[in-house]
Design a protein around this ligand. Structure first.
Ligand SMILES: [Zn+2]
Length: 467
């Protein structure tokens, strides 16, 4: 799949950046495409700051040109100014073009999890916070002592598979400043915009949305179904769908120790549902089955009930419920407990699959945000804030660099071998950087080869002062 190789993707991003509409009236000394590709190069090389990137231009110039196709890197002030003016949607379109490459090679199919559906994980992350630096798009938090905190967050929709380490960030949506709206409202509003993007840009893809308890509410669930998607959403007591847990617990109380419901209990359950004016659940008893004892002496217990109602306001909205717990054999105590609602009909055969998908939500926190924060991407570092879009655009360029890396990890054998050789991603980035500045290479693949197999220098010429 040569179109997914890192060098082909750098070529693709540069050709797309070059075609951006340049709205600058003057000061066009530096090309827009060069500025944006330089932004991508910073995150691809995992430099810790714009200053570091700029300081190393002389020794890296040849490789920036050969590998990243950058003719002239603008000085840091110019680069910030140029990227600040770019409409974020243009950068998102470049990412869409990269995703299109994954689709056309059929690689995306590998992420199908359940009857042609892929898991789409959605979560938000803060990437900037300051008491002094701000722009027109900053969210503002006014404190009682009169001070204000300015911040930026990003909502991300990521395709993941419980058996795969690699995740594919599909779409991002900045959570932008909105007057008088709380953070949660902002995240929910941003999620509406994000999912609209997912729908319009990725027609034909079927998703199971795996979301946290914040999203367990009637209007959101209906929107998912209107979009033709399915959902697995975590529920917690007291949250928007907490009533589902109460219904489940009521049913559980009525069952005997073996979880077999008696006729008398069934009649009692019927009465209960009639009193609330709702239809009898499809399965009016929690099914408990597949009790497994793992090697580390944990009892895994799966319960499910199909056909509960979401909550008092949405009694006509039927959802299916899954409860999963792990108990210690030694103490009998529950060590882990998760509960979800879903519109997938839960059966004995698929309940474990639903549990694994629901639990896979940690991947967005662990494999995406933690990788960006702790594995060399410097996600929380301020590379420059700008007056308009710089903060958002740098975050988008970082996601683009992350996506390109994830594709390599998924499909590029050379990258996989180089990663194995360097052992940790952080060390691999160090190795790439050190080759990148030392001598000219024709491609990033050549650098991977040098990392894997080493290289020899036939003749070494030390520079003279006059060089
Ligand atoms: Zn800002």
């Amino acid at each position: 799949m040569k179109e997914l190789k890192i060098d082909a993707l750098f070529k693709l991003t540069k050709s797309k950046f070059d075609r951006f509409k340049d709205n600058r009236a003057e000061n066009k000394q530096y090309k827009l495409g060069d500025a944006l590709q330089s932004g991508l190069a910073i995150f691809s090389l995992k430099d810790s700051s714009l200053l570091e990137f700029n300081k190393r231009i002389p020794e890296r110039a040849k490789n920036l040109e050969r590998i990243f196709k950058i003719n002239e890197v603008p000085p840091d002030g110019q680069m910030r100014k140029i990227i600040d003016e770019v409409n974020p949607i243009q950068i998102e379109r470049v990412k869409k073009a990269v995703i299109q490459q994954i689709k056309s090679t059929g690689l995306l199919k590998e992420f199908e999890y359940f009857k042609g559906y892929k898991l789409l994980l959605i979560d938000g992350v803060h990437h900037f916070s300051s008491d002094t630096i701000k722009c027109v798009n900053c969210q503002e938090t006014h404190h009682q002592n009169g001070t204000v905190t300015y911040s930026h967050s990003m909502l991300s929709a990521v395709i993941a598979h419980p058996e795969k380490k690699v995740v594919l960030p599909l779409c991002e949506e900045p959570i932008i400043h909105q007057d008088g709206v709380t953070k949660n409202d902002c995240e929910l509003n941003a999620s509406k915009r994000l999912l609209k993007k997912v729908r319009t840009r990725h027609l034909g893809e079927k998703f199971i949305r795996v979301e946290d308890a914040l999203y367990a509410n009637g209007p959101h669930v209906r929107e998912i179904q209107t979009d033709g998607d399915k959902f697995i959403i975590r529920v917690k007591p007291g949250s928007g769908a907490g009533s589902v847990i109460e219904q489940y617990e009521t049913l559980l109380e009525m069952t005997d120790k073996d979880r077999v419901i008696s006729q008398k209990q069934a009649a009692k359950a019927d009465k209960l549902f009639k009193r609330h004016g709702i239809e009898k659940p499809i399965a009016a008893k929690p099914h408990v089955h597949k009790i497994e004892v793992s090697e580390d002496k944990i009892i895994k217990e799966y319960h499910y009930v199909n056909g509960l109602y979401l909550n008092e306001t949405h009694k006509d909205l039927k959802v299916n419920f899954v409860h999963y717990e792990e108990r210690s054999v030694k103490t009998g105590k529950i060590v882990k407990k998760f509960q979800w609602i879903t519109d997938i009909k839960v059966t004995e055969e698929n309940v474990d699959k639903i549990v694994r998908a629901g639990r896979g939500r940690w991947k967005i926190e662990n494999e995406t945000f933690n990788t960006l924060k702790n594995q060399g991407y410097h996600f929380k570092h301020n590379f420059g804030h700008g007056d308009k879009n710089l903060c958002t655009n740098f975050a988008l360029l970082m996601f683009l660099a992350f996506l390109i890396d994830q594709i390599q990890q998924l499909s590029n054998e050379l990258f996989q071998k180089a990663l194995k050789k360097s052992e940790w991603k952080k060390y691999l980035w160090d190795d790439v950087r050190s080759f990148f500045k030392t001598m000219p290479f024709d491609s990033m693949e050549m650098i991977y080869n040098a990392i894997i197999y080493g290289f020899k220098i036939e003749y070494l010429a030390i520079r003279q002062n006059s060089d």
